[in-house]
Design a binder for this molecule. Sequence first.
Ligand code: PLP
Length: 324
Amino acid sequence: MEAMRKGAREFGLNVSASRLTTGNHRLYETLERELAEFFGVQSAILVSCGYAANLVATEIFARNASHLLIDEKAHASVQDAARYFNGPIIRFRHQDSDHVDRLVKKLGPASAPLLLTDGMFSQNGSIPPLKRFLDVLPARGMILVDDAHAAGVLGKNGCGSIEHCEMPRTRFVQCITLSKAFGVYGGAVLGRENLARDAAIRSRWFSGNTPMPLPLASAALESLRVFRSDQSLRQRLVWNVDYVKSKLRGRGFPVADTPSPIISFAPETQSQATRLKRRLLSREVYPSLIKYPGGPPLGNFRFALSSEHSRRQLDLLITALSSD
Ligand SMILES: Cc1ncc(COP(=O)(O)O)c(C=O)c1O
């Protein structure tokens, strides 16, 4: 908050123009350098939000692609991003690398598909088989990962799903949001060198949009500094996820054995949903029953754990979910 106030006092709110005209600012360039350094990529470009990061990345990378392969359950922003492609768009079954393999065999080894997927699916926290996708793609194939939920969460250093899968970054482009783990607002595309040059040439979104407000860029720089200097944040998150998942598993509650902080399940009947809602509320847990497009008809109960949840809060969730 102080970094945001300081940013506002020193620089004002808004640059009132796109970066390619008169709206560039050293804060943006510093933040891009810091993001590239933290995520271990050659370059990063800031975009005004995570939704737009997928659009801009697709505008840049789909130019060289022969086909777009997209997970049927990819986030709305990824589905919208696919519209920026002028060639054939092929949907593959959710997280199904065998299906991708069969599709790619039909396209042939000379094809250059761009595969679009979330790095962690928000509905249930599942993580796609990125390594297997890369194995079955032809040599010129690339993967665009929407890491809105995985950045700052997955991987040894919190760099996201690519780090979690221990993959080299050469054939990946990673899109992130600054609005979730980093707690601010804004988005970024991370990848090979010269992204800014390519975005200026290829992305109408990037060249025509006013960048994120300066106080937010200032806050994002501070958020990244805190994230890098305070290892205990991620340690607490890992501990909390482990604690809740192992306790729930011990009580026979089905939870995936992944480092994802999202716990989700679909109620089978309306009365089960109503009973659980009441029980959660009586234990001070917000009963977040969310209806996702294409998801189960009654919706998913979905809980996102944070490094800042107290042990008491975690225990309230565990008892609410596992007592019947
Ligand atoms: C998977 C995913 N991608 C992209 C976004 C968009 O990010 P932003 O809210 O920063 O635009 C979201 C949502 O908030 C999301 O859940």
